[in-house]
Design a protein around this ligand. Structure first.
Ligand SMILES: Cc1cc2nc3c(=O)[nH]c(=O)nc-3n(C[C@H](O)[C@H](O)[C@H](O)COP(=O)(O)OP(=O)(O)OC[C@H]3O[C@@H](n4cnc5c(N)ncnc54)[C@H](O)[C@@H]3O)c2cc1C
Length: 488
């Protein structure tokens, strides 16, 4: 029996799901409905006047499962690139000045003490407090705590505010006082419990990594592709299409309902070019942001929809500015800088794109990207695009003393772009997944479940595919099994 599967959303979660579904069961008829006129979702690289501009993510973490594996499966192993090694350093804006981030910060936390003690980011008292992580005993209470509470408890409030908070803002655009440790960095709590502290845990991890045969070691750091992040989305789309997956672009799914009269399967209402259509499927994967999943789940899994309604999101904008190198009055020697919340600035981070990545700007041109909008600091997003460009030019002037006349600007807005893994997140996800597990042939994938990064999204799409096929196989097994004898 040929089963029909609908995937709603052609971001990286939906694409990874389509590829995995076909790989597990090539007989499936897979249709992907995507609201936009292109696949890729938040992954979007544009080529503008010789610049390579990332409108969303600019890299993915190599050490996490999912990203490198899928890239290899798609034949992109030779296309992966690392940031330019000659500029490998980043800065933190501290009391109005750029201070280099100390070496040895690994996965958000210090893995070497010496560079921390030498850093100008912390006061002498802040450094002593940070080193106390080596002696403070692990907390015995098992309840979750906020990231801010945990890091302040281990490394001190100053290290949290000045060093760690701006880094985690760069990942979640969130408020560390409200983000759940268990949902965001469970490995830090595990380090505390296993090694007695987070510095000791990071040192042990480094040692373990160094003892491995380098040829066997997985890639580390951040990776992109020669012509930008869209390579992975475009290739996934092409390969899936070649495998027979049907993509319906410009098609918004507005409703999912169970088939009438208790029949298995679902009916999807889809609007495309002003026309509304209903299509029937045996299984459905919803691979859209949490807020967009709510109306789709309301009829079939109302309890899950109710939980997802309470998920918080942060909107943000990326402002891209290019200008001639001749206007540089100082070198941009690094990947850029992050801004702690306590600095009270609108720009949360700036990437010096043409220093970080090779070949992203034409000869003699500089490309930078400013990130605006984080939990509790998003007033600037209310302004129009021109005001965001002006804000970025002001930032260049005030922080870098660069008075530039742009040759190209772009503003990309991501409405509710970042899901917030606030306290209680794991319980909420558990409730959503429990409800879904009681709903046959219906799966969720996306960045609000088990991680916001691209590798996490890939893993979530692949897991949804595996669960759906497992459901189908179980149903086929039950249908094939001989009926049990009727008791008399
Ligand atoms: C500005 C920004 C920078 C980021 N930087 C990084 C980074 O550097 N590294 C990293 O790893 N991660 C980064 N992330 C996070 C990462 O990009 C996302 O978590 C990930 O791309 C989400 O993929 P997704 O497929 O789950 O969702 P999306 O990419 O949002 O895709 C969902 C798709 O569903 C479609 N859709 C929605 N509703 C419907 C509907 N009703 N019917 C049909 N289609 C629908 C949408 O149009 C969209 O194409 C960043 C995110 C943002 C916003």
């Amino acid at each position: 029996m040929t089963r029909r599967v609908a995937i709603v959303g052609a971001g990286i979660s939906g694409l990874a799901c389509a590829l995995r579904l076909h790989a597990i069961d090539p007989s499936l008829k897979i249709v992907v409905f995507e609201r936009e006129g292109r696949a890729g979702g938040k992954i979007l690289t544009e080529r503008i006047d010789g610049f390579t501009v990332e409108a969303g993510p600019d890299a993915f973490l190599a050490s996490k499962r999912g990203g490198v594996t899928l890239s290899r499966e798609l034949g992109l192993q030779e296309r992966m690139v690392s940031p330019a090694p000659e500029h490998r350093r980043s800065f933190v804006l501290s009391r109005g000045k750029l201070v280099a981030l100390p070496q040895g910060l690994s996965g958000l936390v210090p893995s070497e003490l010496k560079p921390m003690l030498r850093s100008r980011l912390l006061t002498p008292a802040g450094k002593i407090r940070l080193a106390m992580d080596l002696v403070i005993p692990p907390r015995t209470a098992i309840e979750d705590e906020s990231l801010a509470t945990f890091i302040s408890r281990r490394l001190g409030p100053e290290a949290y505010e000045r060093m760690i908070e701006p880094l985690l803002s760069g990942i979640y655009a969130g408020d560390g006082e409200r983000l759940s440790l268990a949902a965001t960095f469970p490995q830090l709590r595990a380090s505390e419990l296993t090694h007695g502290g987070i510095i000791k845990g990071a040192v042990a991890q480094n040692r373990e990594r160094a003892s491995r045969d380098p040829a066997q070691s997985p890639r580390t750091g951040f990776l992109s592709f020669v012509t930008g992040m869209s390579e992975i989305g475009d290739r996934a789309f092409d390969v899936a299409k070649r495998n027979g997956v049907r993509f319906v672009l410009g098609a918004e799914c507005s409703r999912v309902r169970a088939e009438a009269d208790g029949q298995p399967g679902y009916r999807l209402a889809v609007s495309r070019g002003g026309e509304d259509e209903i299509e029937s499927f045996d299984g459905v994967v919803i691979a859209v942001p949490a807020w967009a999943a709510v109306p789709l789940l309301r009829d079939v899994v109302p309890e899950a929809a109710a939980v997802l309604t309470r998920f918080e999101h942060v909107s943000n904008a990326l402002i891209v500015v290019a200008f001639p190198e001749s206007q540089l009055t100082r070198p941009l020697d690094g990947y850029g800088y992050v801004v702690p919340r306590i600095e009270q600035r609108d720009v949360m981070a700036m990437t010096w794109v043409s220093s970080k990545w090779t070949g992203r700007a034409p000869e003699g041109q500089v490309l930078i990207r400013a990130f605006v909008g984080r939990a509790g600091q998003s007033a600037a997003l209310e302004g129009n695009d021109e005001s965001l460009v002006q804000l970025t030019l002001r930032e260049l002037k005030e922080v870098l003393r660069l008075d530039v006349v742009p040759t190209m600007t772009r503003v990309y807005r991501w409405d509710r772009g970042m899901p917030q893994y606030t306290m209680g997140h794991l319980d909420r996800i558990d409730r959503v997944e429990t409800e879904l597990s009681r709903t046959p042939n219906m799966e969720l994938a996306g960045n609000y479940l088990h991680g916001v990064g691209i590798p996490d999204c890939i893993v979530s799409g692949e897991a949804a595919a595996a669960n759906l096929v497992a459901d189908f196989r179980e149903q086929a097994r039950q249908t094939a099994a001989p009926a049990s004898p009727v008791a008399n």
